[in-house]
Design a protein around this ligand. Structure first.
Ligand code: PLP
Length: 395
């Protein structure tokens, strides 16, 4: 058999990709244990009925042919209008390219900016696929740490120290998964200054921009000199509870970039299905209501979860400013957060992500997803708080 390309074999190096606790939780579920899964960022409720109905109507009308690779015009018009308000820049619908979720937009952005051997700076803590996506296109991820004590805001000296003549792109994610941090305007200005000074691309993953509870979202694209070097990633997975639909897009700075991305998708997904595009259009045509309702649901859960976790004086946490997760700081009591997560699962049936899965900056932390019903989430947080109290007195 001929050998596989080293590039494709190296996408996920090593055996452990950080999902071991979840794998174990699934095994325990198959054995009949009652498990509360707070590992994944996937909703516990389905997409709203009118969106599902729009898809069903499109299917009933036979809209099952190939779809536009670029995206149908009325949908791109709606995305551009929504995006102009959300990102604070005027967006031309022709610069929007639909993608199979935000993930394919990340892949397209990495493909568009990196040649084999080029380096991309990934700011910790990061979404688990970032380094893998960069490796998938032959790039080299260079991670940069942030500090819990600075609210996970990146610092420009650390970013500068990570740069080499091979650096081509910075990948940044605000609102951030897993920390729930919103990068401040001052932080983003420092990142922007480095991008301009070193003529770098900025890939700005903003898929959580609709779920902001404290403060205001600032898109780096809106800062002076950044529009022409920023690729914005967005998706309806989180905002509209549409994870399984693979409904995302990339916002390019100009038509030339958009056309190259369309060519890339010509060779891969070949466009989203028409019935998906029509459902996306129906969802966005109703305005901000549906996404606002989902954001409010997560705000309510965040407040309930913080209250339940705070019953243990041992747990240190910051109520997240945004997104669907809470990071719990265990460095003072359980620096090996992975061991804590496995023990928590065995003793209480609650599955959480060890912080190391998101980079060294969140070692000694665990992340819970707010993706269980209000009652189940409160029960899980109560169990975590009780377990933490016990753990503190364990020999
Ligand atoms: N970016 C971030 C920060 C995420 O957390 C996720 C999913 O969890 C994605 C991108 C990918 O989302 P999608 O479902 O749109 O591919």
């Amino acid at each position: 058999m001929p050998t596989l390309s080293p590039r494709i074999q190296n996408i996920v190096p090593g055996a452990d990709d950080g999902w071991g606790v979840q794998e174990k939780a699934y095994r325990m579920m198959r054995e009949g244990r009652d498990i509360i899964l707070l590992t994944m960022g996937d909703h516990d409720f389905p997409t709203a009925e009118p969106i599902r109905q729009a898809c069903a109507d499109a299917l009933a009308a036979g809209r099952t042919t190939y779809g536009s690779i670029h995206g149908i015009v009325p949908l791109r018009d709606l995305i551009a209008k929504r995006g102009s308000a959300a990102h604070g820049v005027e967006i031309d619908p022709d610069h929007v390219v639909l993608s199979m979720g935000g993930q394919a937009a990340l892949f397209a952005a990495a493909s568009a900016t990196l040649d084999p051997g080029d380096e991309a700076i990934v700011i910790e803590p990061y979404y688990a696929t970032y380094a893998q996506t960069i490796r998938a296109v032959g790039g080299v991820p260079v991670t940069v740490q942030t500090r819990a004590d600075d609210g996970f805001q990146p610092d420009s000296d650390t970013l500068r120290a990570a740069m080499t003549p091979k650096t081509r792109m910075i990948l940044c994610n605000s609102p951030n998964n897993p920390s729930g941090a919103l990068y401040t305007r001052a932080t983003l200005e420092k990142i922007a200054a480095l991008c301009i000074e070193h003529d770098l691309w900025l890939v700005s993953d903003e898929v959580y921009h609709s779920q902001v509870y404290t403060g205001a979202h600032v898109s780096p694209a809106a800062l002076p000199g950044m529009r022409e070097r920023t690729l914005i990633i967005d998706s309806m997975s989180k905002s509209h509870a549409m994870t399984g639909w693979r409904a995302g897009w990339l916002i390019c700075p100009d038509s030339e970039t958009a056309n190259c991305v369309i060519d890339l998708f010509l060779t891969s997904a070949y466009g989203l299905a028409p019935f998906i595009q029509l459902a996306m259009r129906a969802a966005l045509a109703t305005g901000k209501g549906p996404e606002h309702e989902i954001a409010e649901r997560y705000r309510f859960r965040r407040d309930r979860a913080v209250a339940a976790l705070s019953r243990s004086a041992r747990l240190k946490l910051h109520a997240p400013d945004a997104a669907m997760y809470i990071l719990i700081d265990l460095r003072h009591m359980a620096p090996d957060a992975e061991a804590f997560a496995y023990a928590l699962l065995e003793e209480t049936g609650v599955a959480v992500m060890p912080g190391d899965s998101f980079g060294a900056s969140t070692a000694g932390h665990i992340r819970i997803s707010l993706t269980a019903s209000d009652e189940v989430l409160t029960e899980a947080c109560t169990r975590i708080a009780r377990f933490a109290d016990q753990w503190s007195t364990a020999p």
